[in-house]
Design a binder for this molecule. Sequence first.
Ligand code: FAQ
Length: 315
Amino acid sequence: MTPVDDSARIAAFEARIAAGETIEPKDWMPERYRKQLVRMMSQHAHSEVVGMLPEGNWITRAPSLRRKISLLAKVQDEAGHGLYIYCGTETLGVDRDDLIGQLLAGTAKYSSIFNYPTLTWADMGAIGWLVDGAAIVNQTALAKASYGPYARAMIRICKEENFHKRQGYEIMATLAAGTSAQKEMAQDALNRWWWPSLMMFGPSDKDSPNSAELLRWKVKQKGNDELRQRFINLTVPQATAIGLTLPDPALRQNAESGDWITGPIDWAEFMQVISGNGPMNRERLAARNKAHDEGAWVRDAAEAYAAKHAARRVA
Ligand code: FAQ
């Protein structure tokens, strides 16, 4: 078979991207663009779904009815985010079952952050404040991504993440203004979640194999380091405002740029976590597999219901 010459189509596609146009599912796109989107969007969807586990763990132990309702709503929102993004991924011609199969088999990536344990109630505050806070910084940029279904999903998701961040920050502020034991609990949670939150943005640009291509195709609007810096600059004054200290003796402000400069990030720890050896990787995958197995009857029932209705329509 003679290889197809796509150079004219690629040039037209890149001109559309350069002009700021949005690419839609039925538009022609280079296979590599499609693959990159499937990779990134499926990892993102998996992260939302696995991300329910660390917080789901505390729903039954929330300290009041109000806290329980907020946490329950937040965890349900994360399930919804997973669904939107899996649907978005299906517009690229992949089967959701295949993606979920990869997650359950441990061959797909999901965000490193969800492989850390939630040890105290203050961790619910730290996750909302820092993890959702980092997700908002990252996803506000993705809301302008060149692929329409992904960008549109991000707009709605960011609105919900804003509520998540506020409920987390409020938990932290309340604990930090409480008894000395409560303040200590909040500080301990911040100490454990700060560095993993910075790792959420991915490796430094110089070690990020996908960034250049994704930036060129305007899937990513900004590099990993720039988004991380934005998150740090937003978060340092928030910690100070509630009397907590970031666990970084090297943290200092650059007088010229105003940027807060952190000490070195432990990228060896990050590599361990994303290769399956973080503190909770095995537990998270086991929990997802258990939930999937226990939900088999729901999938069977939904299929039987759909088949019954399809048969009625034919009759
Ligand atoms: N964890 O070349 P890059 C949330 C991998 S949602 C694990 O820089 P890229 C909401 C990367 O995949 C959180 N792996 O990659 C919530 C690649 O591996 P591959 C999820 C990571 O794609 C809150 C390799 O390293 N958000 O939190 C990570 O250009 C609370 C090289 O990296 C998204 O997924 C990591 N942190 O940039 C839910 C946002 N970082 O695939 C519940 C969308 C990098 O080549 C509770 N994704 N890797 O084998 C993105 O913005 C990007 O994909 C990055 C990575 C920035 C994550």
